[in-house]
Design a protein. Structure first.
Length: 288
């Protein structure tokens, strides 16, 4: 078997012939990516503040299992993904109040969800592209009904975040003081986990179960490297999420590779630049 040449590799990654025609085929995916990038970046700020990046991965594994089960039984894949993600989010929210307990529960759920998902995919008799897409994302998988689902769920998550923004911010910074001041921390935490489960579930449809962190965690992590402002950080996180998702989709149109490498690479490069800028800014701040 001959090795892939540099030219062939480049053409598989970036080939912009008939780009305009291809662009028209993925309008729904671009819109979905834009919405998920914005909402994912916003909720990611609280994920980072609450040290729950590991929880995102755990929820995505159960979401993958639910989507794989839906694919096997011929029902709505988004609905299956939602059921799996919500089960994981509620279990983690109810049983994982402390970080140590939460990490233990996630460590148990992750291999179970992944193994269950692989079992369902192994039993699925359909196209292998559908199986692979649940793990790595599919660029042309979003039809009109799915776009409606994704937009409605993302809007619900956004509204939910705005409604609990102040108590959630207080609870994220200091849960003990928030509880002492009368904030219903358990309700706030469980509500946040449900919202997180919803956005993770719909993100699986775009970027795949294995790489959801690139939309929900990395943009917020990059924003926190540049600022500590409660206003600037969410805005930057949403911008970074939008650029990662939409930029990745626009690049993926010109190649034959899955969408996820493009999104994750852009997301990582944004984080790398933000980290370097943050490191350069610290010595200057110390001189003042």
């Amino acid at each position: 078997m001959l090795p892939v040449g540099a030219g062939d590799l480049w053409s598989r990654m970036f080939n912009f012939e008939n780009y305009g025609e291809l662009l028209g085929l993925v309008q729904n995916s671009i819109l979905a990516g834009a919405v998920l990038g914005i909402v994912g970046g916003l909720i990611g700020v609280f994920v980072m503040q609450r040290d729950m990046a590991f929880a995102v991965h755990g929820i995505s594994e159960l979401s993958f299992a639910g989507a794989a089960a839906a694919l096997l039984f011929g029902v709505n894949v988004v609905a299956g993904s939602l059921v799996g993600a919500l089960i994981a989010a509620i279990v983690i929210g109810l049983l994982g109040a402390r970080a140590r307990d939460r990490n233990s529960i996630i460590g148990v759920l992750m291999p179970f969800g992944l193994g269950l998902g692989i079992l369902f995919l192994a039993l699925y008799p359909g196209r292998s592209a559908n199986k692979f897409g649940l793990l790595t994302g599919q660029i042309i998988s979003v039809d009109d009904p799915q776009l409606t689902w994704l937009s409605a769920i993302s809007l619900a998550v956004l509204v939910g975040l705005l409604l609990i923004w102040r108590p959630l911010s207080f609870d994220s910074l200091d849960a003990d003081v928030a509880a002492a001041r009368g904030v219903p921390t358990r309700f706030v935490s469980l509500t946040f986990m449900v919202l997180l489960g919803l956005i993770v579930a719909v993100s699986v449809q775009i970027i795949g179960a294995l790489l959801v962190l690139a939309l929900v965690v990395t943009p917020a992590a990059a924003a926190l490297r540049l600022s500590a402002s409660p206003i600037v950080v969410p805005v930057l996180a949403m911008v970074f999420g939008f650029v990662s998702a939409v930029g990745g989709i626009l690049l993926a149109i010109g190649g034959s590779l899955p969408i996820s490498p493009y999104i994750t690479t852009i997301s990582f490069l944004i984080y790398l630049v933000a980290r370097l800028v943050g490191l350069r800014a610290k010595p200057r701040a110390g001189l003042r």
